[in-house]
Design a protein around this ligand. Structure first.
Ligand code: ZN
Length: 137
C-alpha cells in the first residue's frame, strides 16, 4: 500500500543556493544534510507537513543527478511514495508489468530503504518507493 507522498526529489546544481530558496518558501531550515556515497549525491531535507522536499546535488559526474542535469534544467527529479512493505510493493508492481530499476531495495537517505521504478513504465515520471528502516534491523 502506498501511504502518502513521502517526498519530492529536486535536482539542483548548487545545494546552498537551493536551500536558501526552499528555506524562504517553506519558512523552515533543512533538518538534515546527508551524502549517499553509492549514488554520488548529497541531499538536503525539508519537512513540509507530512511530506518532505529532498534537494539532490551530484558529487560526481557519474551521478544520476549529474546526468539528469545534462539533459534537463534544475527541477523535479522524482516523486517518492511511503510504503508499508517495500518487498510486497515491488512484487505487486512487477506482477502488473512495471519495470523496476531496483528489484531489491537498497539503502537510501534519511533512514529509508528505497527502490525506483523505471520511468519508461510510469509516464516518464521517476517513482521511488521508500520504507522507513526498522529500528532493530
Ligand atoms: Zn528520493
Amino acid at each position: 500500500m502506498l501511504n502518502k507522498i513521502e517526498h519530492l526529489g529536486i535536482a539542483v546544481k548548487d545545494l546552498a543556493a537551493s536551500e536558501k530558496i526552499f528555506a524562504d518558501l517553506l519558512g523552515v531550515q533543512p533538518y538534515k544534510r546527508e551524502e549517499v556515497a553509492s549514488e554520488h549525491v548529497i541531499t538536503s531535507f525539508f519537512q513540509c507537513g507530512e511530506s518532505k522536499i529532498e534537494l539532490l546535488q551530484a558529487t560526481h559526474a557519474d551521478s544520476a543527478i549529474a546526468r539528469f542535469l545534462e539533459k534537463n534544467k534544475e527541477g523535479i527529479h522524482h516523486i517518492a511514495f511511503d510504503v508499508t512493505d517495500i518487498y510486497v510493493e515491488i512484487e505487486r508492481l512487477k506482477g502488473l508489468g512495471y519495470v523496476m530499476i531496483h528489484e531489491q531495495p537498497k539503502d537510501g537517505a534519511d533512514n529509508k530503504i528505497i527502490a525506483f521504478l523505471h520511468p519508461k513504465s510510469t509516464n516518464s515520471v521517476l517513482v521511488e518507493l521508500c520504507q522507513e528502516k526498522q529500528v532493530n534491523g
